[in-house]
Design a protein. Sequence first.
Length: 518
Amino acid sequence: GKNSAHSLMEFLEQFHGEIHGEKKIRLSLEFMRQALSQGNAPRFKDFWEVRKLCLSLFKEDMPITIRADLWNSYIELASEAKQLKEIVDQQSAFAVEQIELAIQALEKDVADMDVMLELIADVVISEECFSLQKNREFYATIQRELQLLNALAVKINSLRKELLKTEMRIRIKNKLLERLSLCGNQVFPRRKELIKQISEQFSQDVEYFVYSQFREGEIKQLPGYVLREEIKYLQQLAKVLTLNTHVFTETRVKLSSCWDEIKNYEKERKKETQEKKLLFKQGFDQVAEKIQMFAASIHEESSLQECDQQTAEILAFMRTVLLGREEVQILKEQLYNVKKPVLEKAREAEKMHMQKLQEKEKEKKDRLEKLSCDLKSLIQQASELSLEQLTLQNKALEETFEQFHWKQSERQMLERLFKRVKDLVNDNKEKTLMLLSEDDQKALEQLHIVLFEKKNRRKELKEQLEQYRKLLGGSGLDFEKTIMYRDLMEADKSVLEKINGSIVDIKKKIKKIAEMEI
């Protein structure tokens, strides 16, 4: 190296400047000793050159003892140099062998690149990094190959350095360098091309992000914290992806500029927010004062209607002053708390009212149930009762019926039951008459009365049936009412048939008595 050449030149200058042979030998021996004591890299070339100069000096005149002493030192150094050379040669051979093994492994890796590529994991691009989502697959594929090529490039370069600094024969060194060069041909051009592709794409994506979000020096759409996170993602990925220096620097500068823009924008926003907060505070105080006045006006007799009116007025006033979302929420809560006792009192009153209504409804239902049950019970027991008992019980139930107000559907249901009782009373009268002796004039009179009543009842039933038909012929009935009216029709038809039969029987009886009188 330069240092060794420099020290050799210094030595030669000193050597030629010296006149005495003995001093020249001593200078030479000292230099030779230093050349061998250079740790891992003895300067053999300098050593051999100075050794030649030194050897010729022993021919000059000098005392025998000094010559012998210097000669011994010279022989020792020559012997040491020989031993050192052997050690260095062995080390060199071992180093060459190690480098050759490393090159063999490298050649295998280069040959098996496709297989090795499968073992490399894709670079992970977070789904939150929206700028790179469109080309996510592209980055993953290209960077995966680049990771392999980068690793191989590092190996090639470090082996080349190792090879150049290792002492060995030039021919062997050149052969090994050639093998490394062949490996490099498989790695460096492809790596260069992929770096170009990935750098161009990343540059475009960053450019689009900057253009779409920071156009004309103004932040668009997205909030600051989202943009900050995106810039962080992009800057982290710039370190992960293998980009060329120009794109890495250029994108970093652009993204840093965007970061500063967000900072300035947020600073401005903060200033605006503080100004707004001041206005919100003024508005808040105005509304709070009105709520306090409202709270002071509330007393035990305050109605919900009055409260609602005052609440509506305060809410309307709130819309005329500048308030933030938080202020609106707090004021509405305060307003509700003022109104709450009155509202709860009104709800309690409403609850009591509803309870009373329900109780009344239950009473009505129970009354209907009882009257209905009593009528049905009377109908069932009619055959066992005398005419007088039947008539008295029916009258008592009719009085109960007239005492209360009934819904139309309830009235119709009860009237139907009363009609059935009426029919049973008439049947009982008829049976009583039929049992009288045939020659009894009174019986005939009674039969005429019963016949008249039966005919009236028949007329009633026919009118009722006609009314049902009209109702069923219309379209305003729901399913439940249709079923109800059909049931009523069937029941009345059955009664009508019985009455028709009774009329025929009575007429026959009258005819029979009349014929006997003639």
